[in-house]
Design a protein around this ligand. Structure first.
Ligand code: PNS
Length: 177
């Protein structure tokens, strides 16, 4: 199915720290429903992300940059304001399990109160991705576990590189301490 010509512009906001195969699956599904899909990386240093906004945007661009109707952006502040500025009328969010629903419902209702013209649509990622989260992927990678198949190869390489640097730095500190 390809829904070009619907006039629907969607924003898919998130931390994407880092992008997982679950996000990727959602982007592929979402992009087939709308004219334009803007994947929007939240710029919130207070969350102490592993990767900078620029790094997260660059990884997304490399992985989904070839999708014809997908753009990557970043924003600070309210999602609904960013969505309005970009001319979007829909916000996509993914739901993996019922445990996600409560938080997502609160956000969706708050966003509707802030901007009644923008609808939130929940998409379901493939069942194979229902247990993947950026948080768990980072934890497993930091402990040297196998994350292949959970994130795109580029992200896997970047995570390995990051935690290898951390290990080298810690080893150096322990030696010189
Ligand atoms: O990937 P995440 O961390 O679950 O994404 C959460 C995100 C970015 C969608 C949410 O934190 C958000 O929308 N932040 C922007 C601030 C905002 O609009 N808050 C009001 C919504 S309740």
């Amino acid at each position: 199915m390809n829904a070009r010509g619907t006039g629907i512009v969607a924003v898919y906001p998130g931390s994407f720290d880092p992008l997982t195969n679950g996000h990727l699956d959602l982007i592929a599904r979402g992009s087939r429903l709308v004219d334009r899909l803007i994947v929007a990386v939240l710029n919130n240093e207070a969350k102490q992300p592993l990767f900078s906004v620029e790094e997260r945007v660059a990884m997304l661009e490399e992985v989904v940059g070839s999708y014809p109707n997908v753009e990557i952006g970043s924003f600070a502040g309210l999602t609904v304001e960013y969505a309005s500025q970009r001319g979007a009328n829909v916000i996509f969010r993914g739901i993996r399990a019922i445990s996600d629903y409560e938080y997502e419902l609160q956000m969706a209702l708050m966003n509707r109160r802030l901007q009644p013209g923008i609808e939130t649509a929940f998409l379901l990622a493939g069942e194979a991705y229902s247990f993947i989260s950026s948080r768990l992927v980072k934890q497993v990678a930091s402990l040297g576990g196998n994350i292949s198949g959970l994130v795109p190869p580029l992200v896997e390489a970047r995570l390995k590189q990051h935690f290898e640097q951390v290990r080298l730095k810690n080893a150096h500190t322990a030696r010189s301490g």
